[in-house]
Design a protein around this ligand. Structure first.
Ligand SMILES: Nc1nc2c(c(=O)[nH]1)N[C@H]1C(S)=C(S)[C@@H](COP(=O)(O)O)O[C@H]1N2
Ligand SMILES: [Mo]
Length: 317
């Protein structure tokens, strides 16, 4: 009898499992998934297997399909910036391995009509989880392409009904030095804080991520819930969030407090505004040999440039 060659399950990568499941979902016509990919790819129909009919002949070239550029699961989960655990990228995952992500609550309040504390299970149940494949560009000039799952931050904010006085959103990471040894180091003002202008927070590209590559987030990537703002430097995408407040004044982030001349509030990816200590014109894509040119707004200019119309982006960096 002929032996059918099979791949031992230990050799199947998370990427292969993710891609085969995704193909299946496209086959059955998952609407949420398809529209999420459209949003993440700039509005043009992606050329994906089983979906060729979506691009009729004669229409302009579709936006490059980021699915072709996915960074490996291994790199995404072992090369991390998460100063609460370590300033050494390879040291984060081992130190975060036993981080407790259940039970977990997120308190959403401030200038809202309906302040609410959500359990993480409520968020997963109440808001449809979509796939979003985004570039991530760190201010340190390296980048990745990550297939997140999550939901638009806008949906959560709408649920609590911001008042007319709300102009900004302020986010806070868990404060727990027993679990997060980096918080015992006095260089930074803990907890990690980040902020967005309300219209940035309400933009469809801004998500709360709960997973990547079809699996729940691992602690090193900000489990159980983190922000992802793909057109801004990675430090804006705050991890392991416990508090979200609608506020009237521009919040001061951890990085603004630490080095105000180096890290501004906006932090939009901008190849023509250099960091005081290095160029931002190009980047090292993790897993690739040659450098790539950095794109204005990290490749999302078409969707977000209008948010900054009339602003001097050299001054508001
Ligand atoms: N709470 C918290 N969030 C954080 C950070 C951090 O140190 N603490 N690092 C930021 C930086 S600099 C980057 S580049 C991204 C990295 O996300 P990743 O490790 O999931 O790729 O997380 C951001 N969010
Ligand atoms: Mo970063």
């Amino acid at each position: 009898m002929q032996k059918i060659p099979t791949i031992p399950s230990s050799e199947i990568t998370p990427e292969q499992i993710y891609l085969s499941r995704r193909k299946f979902m496209l086959g059955i016509g998952s609407l949420a998934l398809t529209s999420a990919v459209l949003a993440a790819c700039g509005g043009a129909a992606p050329a994906s297997p089983g979906n060729e009919a979506a691009t009729p002949a004669g229409t302009p070239e579709p936006t490059p399909d980021l699915r072709q550029e996915l960074t490996s699961f291994d790199s995404i989960t072992t090369y991390n910036n998460y100063y609460e655990f370590s300033t050494d990228k390879a040291g984060v995952a081992p130190l975060a391995a036993n981080f407790r992500t259940r039970p977990w609550t997120v308190e959403v309040g401030g200038l809202v009509a309906k302040p609410t504390t959500f359990g993480i299970e409520d968020l997963l149940r109440q808001f449809t989880q979509e796939e979003r494949i985004y570039r991530l560009r760190c201010v340190e000039a390296w980048s990745m392409v990550i297939p997140w799952q999550g939901f638009s931050l806008r949906k959560l904010l709408e649920a609590v009904e911001p008042t007319a006085a709300a102009k900004y959103v302020r986010f806070e990471t868990l404060l727990d030095p027993e679990q997060m040894p980096g918080q015992k180091v006095g260089w930074y003002v803990w907890p990690y804080v980040e902020g967005l202008r309300l219209d940035e927070a309400m933009h469809d590209l801004t998500i709360l991520a709960t997973g990547l590559y079809g699996k729940s987030l691992l602690p090193q990537n900000g489990a159980p819930l983190r922000v992802v703002v793909p057109w801004k430097y990675g430090f804006k995408s705050i991890k392991s969030i416990v508090k979200i407040d609608l506020v009237a004044e521009q919040p001061t982030s951890l990085w603004m407090a630490a080095a105000p001349n180096e890290y501004g509030f906006y932090a939009n990816v901008n190849p023509s505004v250099n960091h005081p200590r290095w160029s931002q014109a190009s980047e090292r894509r993790i897993g690739e040999l040659s450098r790539r040119k950095t794109l204005p707004f990290n490749g999302y200019a078409e969707q977000v440039a209008s948010l900054y119309a009339g602003m001097d982006l050299r001054r508001f960096y």
